[in-house]
Design a protein around this ligand. Structure first.
Ligand SMILES: [Zn+2]
Length: 192
């Protein structure tokens, strides 16, 4: 990925990375590409593979959660627990992973990073911003696909790239400053 000339880089990652066995290599390639760049990554993946990569954890937000923390199915006191814990100390129920599949998903698991991401975004206005969306489906478009397009439209110095094997189309308004690649994003990232 050629990021030359861009001060800031916003990356969105989706399901294609959860379906691939080469995801870790792709993340590490991305970490190389992002060396020295001011970046932030929003990922819909719940497999936590990204946290095993060389990418900076302080610049990643995974709003759907994963398996890094546990919670009570009843969300007792909105508490989060280490994965080594077995039962809720308040009601005694068996703890489950803190992700969107949980009954009563405790969003506090990702909200601090989400706030950091929002603050980072306000700093992208009037900056040359490279927006790259990799393998994101239409399952939860309000998290990455729609807001990323909106950010691209609002920023005159933005470039928008969408890489997706099945859904590469970009909004007509972005034709001037955007590009789409109809390829598997994991494969594309490793090769480009
Ligand atoms: Zn409980």
């Amino acid at each position: 990925m050629n990021l030359e000339g861009y001060e800031m880089v916003l990356i969105g990652i989706g399901e294609e990375f959860e379906e691939s066995h080469d995801a870790l290599s792709a993340y590490n390639k991305l970490a190389e590409d992002l060396t020295g760049k001011n970046y932030f990554i929003v990922s819909l993946c719940m497999d936590d593979v990204i946290y095993n990569s060389n990418l900076n954890h302080d610049r990643i937000v995974t709003p759907l959660g994963g398996k890094r923390k546990k919670q009570c199915p009843d969300a007792c006191e909105n508490a989060l627990y280490e994965v080594t814990e077995e039962n809720c100390p308040i009601c005694g129920k068996k703890l489950i992973y803190n992700n969107i599949l949980a009954e009563n998903y405790i969003e506090q698991g990702y909200l601090p990073m989400w706030e950091k991401h929002k603050l980072w975004l306000t700093g992208t206005l009037n900056k040359s911003l490279y927006i790259c969306e990799l393998g994101v489906s239409m399952k939860l478009p309000q998290v990455i696909r729609w807001p990323f397009e909106r950010i691209a439209m609002l920023n005159n110095k933005a470039f928008f790239l969408r890489v997706n094997e099945k859904l590469p189309q970009i909004a007509a308004e972005l034709k001037e400053k955007g590009m789409s690649v109809k390829e598997n994003s994991v494969k594309w990232l490793i090769e480009n």
